[in-house]
Write a protein that binds this ligand. Structure first.
Ligand SMILES: Cc1cc2nc3c(=O)[nH]c(=O)nc-3n(C[C@H](O)[C@H](O)[C@H](O)COP(=O)(O)O)c2cc1C
Length: 174
C-alpha cells in the first residue's frame, strides 16, 4: 500500500464536490498524497491507507452513492481510518433547528452502518439554487422553488476540519 488517502464524494448539484476538492487540497497542503473520485467510480480501496467520504443529505436520506459505497467496501473500510462529512442545512441566516434536524438525520443514516467508526465526522452547511432544482422540486408549486438561492458553506470551517484531519490521519500513513 502507498501512503495515500482517497477523498470520495457523492453529489447531485455539485456543491459537495467543491467541498471535497477543498478538503483534498488542504490534505495535500499538509503533505498527504490524495486521490479524489466520485464514490460511484471507485472499484477498490487497495492502495489507499485512509478514506474520507463526503455526501449531501436529502429528504429521503443520505445520498444513495454513500449507502452503496459503504455497503460495497465494508470489509476494506473496517481496515482503514475513515472520516466522514455531510452537507445539509442551507437556510440563511443560520437556523439552529435545521442544523439539529440535519445532525439527527446524519446520525440515523450512519446508525445503519454500526460497524463504521469514523475517526472524524462533520456536518457542513450546503448550497441551494432554486434555478438548478430537478424534478419534482423545480415545479412552480415547490416551496424550494420560491426560496432565494443560498450558499452557507463555511470554507474556513471546511479547511480547518481538513487540516485537523490531516494530523489525525498522519500516524496511519507513516
Ligand atoms: C430537494 C432538496 C432536498 C433537501 N433535503 C435536505 C434534508 O432533508 N436535509 C438536509 O440537511 N439538507 C437537505 N438539502 C440540502 C442539501 O443537502 C444541500 O443543498 C447540499 O449542498 C446539496 O449538495 P450537492 O450540491 O452536492 O448535491 C436538500 C436540498 C434539496 C435541493
Amino acid at each position: 500500500m502507498s501512503a495515500s488517502v482517497l477523498v470520495g464524494y457523492a453529489t447531485r448539484y455539485g456543491s459537495t464536490q467543491e467541498v471535497a476538492e477543498a478538503v483534498a487540497a488542504t490534505l495535500r497542503e499538509r503533505g498527504l498524497e490524495v486521490d479524489i473520485q466520485p464514490m460511484r467510480k471507485v472499484r477498490t480501496l487497495e492502495g489507499y491507507r485512509a478514506v474520507v467520504l463526503g455526501a449531501p443529505l436529502f429528504w429521503n436520506g443520505w445520498h444513495g452513492d454513500a449507502h452503496s459505497f459503504l455497503s460495497r467496501h465494508r470489509e476494506a473500510l473496517t481496515q482503514r481510518p475513515v472520516a466522514i462529512f455531510a452537507l445539509g442545512p442551507f437556510h440563511s441566516p443560520i437556523d439552529e433547528k435545521e442544523w439539529q434536524y440535519s445532525r439527527e438525520q446524519l446520525d440515523k443514516e450512519l446508525a445503519q452502518f454500526p460497524w463504521l467508526t469514523p475517526v472524524a465526522l462533520e456536518l457542513f452547511g450546503g448550497k441551494m439554487d432554486p434555478a438548478k432544482l430537478r424534478f419534482p422540486y423545480n415545479l412552480p408549486a415547490s416551496p424550494l422553488k420560491q426560496m432565494p438561492a443560498t450558499d452557507i458553506r463555511d470554507w474556513t470551517a471546511i479547511r480547518t476540519w481538513a487540516s485537523t484531519l490531516a494530523a489525525t490521519l498522519q500516524p496511519a500513513l507513516s
